[in-house]
Design a protein around this ligand. Sequence first.
Ligand code: PHE
Length: 479
Amino acid sequence: MGCQWVSMARETWATRLGFILAAVGSAVGLGNIWRFPWQTAENGGSAFLVVYLGIVLLVGVPGLLGEFVIGRRANKSPVGALRELSGSKRWGFVGAFSVITGLSLLSFYSVVGGWILRYLLESGAAVLGGNPAYFTNPGQYFGGVSAGTDAALFHLLFLGLTGLIVLAGIRKGIELGTKVMMPAVLVLLLALAGWAATQPNAAAGYAFFLRFDPSVITENFFAILGPAAGQALFTLSLGAGTMVTYSSYLGEDRSLPLDGSAIAVLNTSVGVITGLVVFPLLFSQGIDPTATGTGPGALFVGLAGAFSQLPAGTLIATTFFAVVTLAALSSSISMLEIPVAFLVDEYGVSRRAAVLGMAGIVAVTGTVCAFNPGIFSFVAGTLVNILLTTGLVAFLLFVGWVMGRDAIEEFSSGAGSLGRRLGTPWLFAVGVVLPLFLVFTLLTHFGVDTNIGFWPTVGLTVVASVAAFLGLRQPNSVV
Ligand code: PHE
């Protein structure tokens, strides 16, 4: 180990745009299109949107830069990167956590990807004549295909496609794939948003999504915080090591602050545009997204219903599901790339064997999710929020306290003078402020604040953060 980079040139992105598009491709996905409306609906509509946007800006962007700094400094995926930069095995274990996160993410993601593929094929076949089967009774149809054998088979199909792209490698697979997929997603989404605006009762959807009501936020702030933070990390692909991995294929001449901001802006715009498609359509169908029981199916049931009412609905549905399939694939490949890069970097395994092995594991775990909606919802909601938040806290503590000055140097490399001046405040934010904030949101997620009160929770946050850090700090200490 450790020397294969000498014998084998590591892959890099071919172009700067290639990296940005791949990272945007990872960020833009079912998180924006499916999980976001679901979580927004479940957590108070526009109030959730505001808190979520705030976290994306104040935590997401600096956090993204934290992952970039680790990856580009080490030119390794998370396990090797943390171990090598710290000289401590213990940090290597923290990196290994991201392999588990990547596999967990893909386990449920691939099931949703499977649903999408199914709707795409169903709609595409109907373009030639007839109506897609889900037009007749969208709720019943979704109930029938969202769990069980059907769901498992389509999950395997989606996973197979993901595996094929990752197999082709960084330049020919991920970079080329996302270069084609991302612009297509943007153009089609904009067209759909324009069309959604013409639908009856679209205004009610905009109101739900955009009306800013400060009282909703102040009353529910702490209840919204955990899910909003989880969603902000999820949508930016943070805390899983994806961005560490992608930036490890990046040269020193790129400006990280610039690239990071571009990625966050693009991702957030797509999220908001998607909201402008989904919410007007749901309301035009008379579907209240906050009604209990809508849950993860809201997008499918609501939109399918909307499409069925429309002239040329089949064509629009096909377009929509094609967009979502592309967006989902450009994210799922980034999830699979985490464990694959781990095997390739750490054990010198061939890309092919790594893809087969890791996809093999997800074939099984995803099938479990496909058969059991309870497990599915737990993995897709709570577990993901917790894994990503914990993962990002670990990365940020690492940047702040283990890399320290090196992090600022890496942050500044390739950056303009403005970017360079931001280095020190940024390091303070990622080393101190953001970990405390994230640990706090984690505690609110478990309802700690409602049980013991606000200030005791703050105290516990500090104690937990310091303990986590001290536990990891000693290089090569007794395990
Ligand atoms: N950001 C992706 C999405 O919104 C999901 C993702 C999370 C991808 C974590 C990689 C790592 O769909």
